[in-house]
Write a protein that binds this ligand. Structure first.
Ligand code: BGC
Length: 905
């Protein structure tokens, strides 16, 4: 069918459909056909598995896990469905897979409910090979569904000996040429260019990664990326060019290996001093903090294509290897993920132009300019403005945060973007511009680790949505291969305290599993033989050993990875490291109280003794270790560490609790929150301590928080657990100082480092993600999406929305490892509705709170009554039980979509 005819056919169909609203169309995913109302007409039985992942990644290229894990998501026409068995086929050729043959692995029909974390168990996987896989599943009644569509994964270089090249350097531009006798059929490039690289082949940039590779402890580990370079190569002469920046490494070094397969022949191209040449390029200087100076008059046109006169180029030099092992970069790379159009352009002084991008973010500016050769345009970046409209850079500390572009002088104009730096900013000041720039002369390029969004939260109260927006922008723009503390001043480090308090929020908003798998390995890399870890990972700042509230990132993020994804392997891989860490803490706490602390409840308004904060985490770390030991069947350790946890708990109470006042230490919100949160307060004192806490919030501080970023992570979840969700909600929607709403209403577009509205110098970042820990409470309390206590990976879900005060509705969706979980409720006097989605292979307890003073409550699901006259009415598909529990109606449901409505008199 010709293009025109097919377009015509489609528009006729569309018009007919719009007119009659009664024609079957195939859904865009090609699965279920659409019915007359546009709703999908489900096929009978299990559907083909979707969202196939390997090591949490979609069709990854270049992984170095020898036994990767698979995951898929299931769908079914019926409610309350589970997988009873699966079959995975892994083949070396797509054609084999198409015939349902798995020459690499045919798992056979495995009786198992596992649809995530399924470990490859076929023939050994070989370096550089691509494997194709698919999976099918049987439902609980034993019906087999169709196979999924084909996914693939590819191995990187699995052993160090396979790297044949040399680490080379000598200048920031390197090149080589080579001949290919026939057309390449398959070609791969494996590259680690430190600090940062840009790989170019035959005049084109390869791939879309920027600021690659990720920031690691370079003497322990360096990350390489794998690219499919087949389409970049051709018969005859080819050229490879690499630009190197300093990045976090602070120097330049390249390791590259290309494997090119042609019909009956193979060619390997490697980095070495003998066949590569170097020449200084147009980048006169580059620094993460200071920016880039790019002198386009120094470009060497054609350097990344074959056939230039390379007389001025000198041989590359072998350089000192970074020392770390080469590991595959197995997480979403850093990319330009969005482009922002400036809101306004002003000129506070002649020749000085200030753009407002309307949003604080990480990245850089793209500049369009036309002017005489040699003209120098400067871009300076800032988060803030002075009242007179000029940029305020007092909070950037030593970071110069500026890019300079020297024009080539092209008649048609030119476009500049830096290569090896990024800035945190909302405003850009342009000086030296030839002529007058327009709004169109500049764009904001948003740059960060390209993690996929995983969650959505919205509610009827606008301030909550504003805060959610600040959280998401702040979180995503602080993902730069590691979770950073800020993105603008001369810091931008993996501060572990900030990382641990934000991890749950990040996991609910974004697909973070591969990112944190990498980060936890980074933590392992910094661990000393004595078990100590560092305040920042990679270690650049802070003290050694880490403040316990920072070091706890190791056990806590590992544990959150387990809770969110059911990831047992991460527990196994880190068990020894975690035990060593806990043993180190124990060595510093001979009387079971861990007192050392550097930062405590950082940036709090009312100070809490650091020792209390440290000791709280010590107790929790030991509790987590005991739980992990139990999960891994290490029963002796499990017992020993739970005994130790009890000893620490007793010592904590003895050290910090004052029975006379019912307060811990000085009775701050944080001091009373932490032990309550961990449930280590003696039972007979619990009411008094919680009373003191709520009194402090409501009466002493007029419903405001006084905590730093440690205490606040637990304060709202604790209030919810104590039955005070209304109070938590008041704190979350508070708009006077100190509060999140105060930031939102005072111009924040990302969360600040301080509760205060400071614009002066020092410790005053306007994009610090740590107070965004609140985001987890949005999902877990307001939308009410969580694991059932004691379970992991959303196999057994609890949907328990907290219906609070004047909130008319809230809605949360999380794309979990097992599929989409969602919860949306509305409340008006006497009526609560709740829409719930539970993925196949999971079940849930759905809790409908009884919020109004109602009698004669009726609950319906769809059109069917499921609760009446004080009793559960069985019979609704997928709903197996119902009971009244502490004033709420609790239903046990299987997978599916449900629509509940509670009414009463
Ligand atoms: C960072 C914090 C960090 C702290 C350690 C600061 O400079 O920006 O967020 O956790 O140092 O106290």
């Amino acid at each position: 069918m010709s293009k025109t005819r097919s377009t015509h056919w489609y528009s006729v169909l569309l018009v007919t459909c719009l007119a009659s609203a009664a024609c079957p169309l195939t859904a865009s995913d090609g699965r279920a056909p659409l019915g007359p109302t546009g709703a999908s007409v489900p096929q009978e039985g299990p559907e083909a598995p979707g969202n196939l992942r390997c090591e949490y990644l979609k069709n990854p290229l270049g992984i170095d896990v020898r036994q990767p894990r698979f995951a898929w998501v299931l769908d079914h026409s019926e409610r309350a469905q589970k997988q009873s068995a699966y079959q995975i086929l892994v083949a070396t050729q797509p054609a084999l897979l198409a015939q349902d043959k798995g020459d690499q692995w045919d798992s056979g029909q495995v009786e198992s409910g596992d649809s995530t974390q399924v470990v490859y168990n076929g023939r050994p996987l070989e370096s550089g090979h691509t494997y194709y896989w698919k999976v099918r599943a049987w439902d609980k009644g034993g019906s087999a569904g169709p196979y999924s569509s084909t996914a693939q994964f590819e191995m990187g270089l699995l052993s160090p000996e396979e790297w044949k090249g040399q680490w080379i350097g000598g200048a920031n531009q390197l090149r080589t040429e080579f001949q290919l006798s026939s057309a390449p059929e398959r070609a791969r490039a494996y590259i680690c260019g430190l600090g940062y690289y840009e790989l170019r082949i035959n005049g084109r940039k390869v791939g879309r990664n920027v600021l690659d590779p990720g920031f690691t402890t370079f003497d322990k580990r360096v990350l390489y990326s794998t690219y499919d370079v087949t389409p970049y190569l051709r018969v005859g002469a080819n050229a490879v060019g690499v630009m190197l920046g300093q990045g976090w490494y602070g120097s330049r070094a390249l390791m590259l290996q290309m494997k090119i397969e042609m019909k009956g022949a193979e060619r390997t191209v490697i980095s070495n001093a003998s066949s590569w040449k170097v020449h200084p390029g147009p980048i006169a200087s580059d620094s993460v903090y200071d920016g880039e100076i790019y002198d386009a008059t120094q470009e060497t046109p054609g350097w990344d294509a074959p056939g230039i006169d390379d007389a001025g180029w000198t041989p590359a030099q072998a350089v000192k290897p970074p020392g770390g092992v080469l590991s595959a970069e197995m997480m979403p790379p850093i990319r330009v993920v969005d482009t922002l159009v400036p809101r306004t352009l002003s000129s506070p002084h002649p020749g000085v132009y200030v753009y407002d991008l309307g949003q604080n973010f990480s990245g850089w500016a793209q500049l369009r300019v036309r002017g005489p050769r040699g003209t120098r345009v400067q871009l300076r970046f800032a988060e803030l403005l002075y009242d007179n409209g000029t940029i305020n850079r007092e909070n950037l500390e030593a970071a110069k945060a500026r890019d300079i572009y020297v024009l080539r002088g092209d008649d048609g104009g030119e476009v500049f973007e830096p290569h090896f730096t990024y800035h945190g900013f909302r405003y850009v000041e342009v000086t030296g511009y030839p002529g007058t720039p327009g709004l169109d002369s500049l764009r904001g390029r948003v740059v960060h680790s390209a993690v996929e969004p995983a969650g959505n939260f919205a509610a009827s109260k606008p301030i909550l949505n504003q805060i959610q927006r600040l959280i998401r922008w702040g979180q995503s723009t602080n993902l730069h291969s590691i979770p950073t503390d800020c993105d603008q001043r001369n810091e931008r480090q993996g501060w572990m305290g900030d990382a641990q308090v934000t991890a749950e929020e990040a996991m609910l908003n974004f697909d973070m599993a591969a990112f944190y798998t990498n980060f936890i390995r980074d933590i392992r890399d910094v661990q000393g033989p004595d078990g100590t870890i560092t305040d920042t990972v990679p270690h650049r700042y802070g003290q050694r050993p880490a403040d316990p509230a920072w070091g706890t990132a190791y056990p806590l993020i590992t544990w959150y990875m387990y809770q969110q994804n059911g990831d047992r392997r991460i527990l196994e891989e880190n068990y020894d490291g975690l035990k060593k860490y806990v043993e180190f803490l124990r060595s510093r706490a001979p009387d079971n109280v861990l007192r050392y602390s550097y930062y405590g409840d950082w940036v709090s308004i009312v100070k809490t003794p650091g020792a209390l904060v440290s000791d709280f985490y010590y107790c929790w770390d030991v509790q987590i270790l005991a739980k992990i030991a139990e999960l891994l069947d290490k029963s002796a350790d499990a017992q020993a560490y739970s005994r130790l946890a009890t000893d620490i708990q007793n010592a904590f109470n003895h050290e910090f609790f004052d029975p006379k006042t019912g307060n811990y230490a000085n009775g701050t919100q944080t001091a009373n929150t932490l032990p309550l949160y961990l449930d280590i307060v003696p039972e007979d004192a619990r009411d008094e301590v919680s009373g003191n806490l709520t009194n402090d919030i409501v009466y002493t501080h007029d419903t405001h928080v006084t905590t730093g970023f440690i205490g606040v992570k637990y304060l709202l979840p604790l209030l919810t657990r104590m039955g005070h969700s209304d109070l938590a909600y008041e704190l979350a929607t508070q708009t006077t100082y100190p509060s999140w709403g105060f930031m939102a209403e005072n111009g924040a577009t990302t969360l600040w480092e301080l509760w205060q509205n400071k614009t002066g110098p020092a410790m005053n970042s306007h994009n610090h993600p740590m107070f965004g820990s609140l985001g987890a409470w949005f999902y877990q309390a307001l939308a009410g999406i969580d694991n059932q206590p004691g379970t992991a990976g959303y196999e057994h879900i609890r949907i328990e929305p907290r219906i609070v005060r004047d909130l008319a509705w809230a809605s949360g969706t999380v794309r979990t490892v097992r599929g989409t979980v969602s919860s949306s409720w509305t409340h008006s006097p006497g009526v609560v509705t709740l829409e719930v989605e539970i993925p196949v292979n999971s079940d849930a307890q759905v809790v409908l709170p009884h919020v109004d003073p109602l009698t004669e409550v009726t609950v319906k699901e769809g059109e069917r009554v499921i609760w009446e006259q004080g009793r559960f009415v069985p019979g609704a598909p997928g709903i197996s039980a119902g009971k009244l529990e502490r004033g709420a109606y609790v239903f046990d449901v299987g997978s599916g979509r449900y629509s509940f409505k509670l009414t009463g008199q």
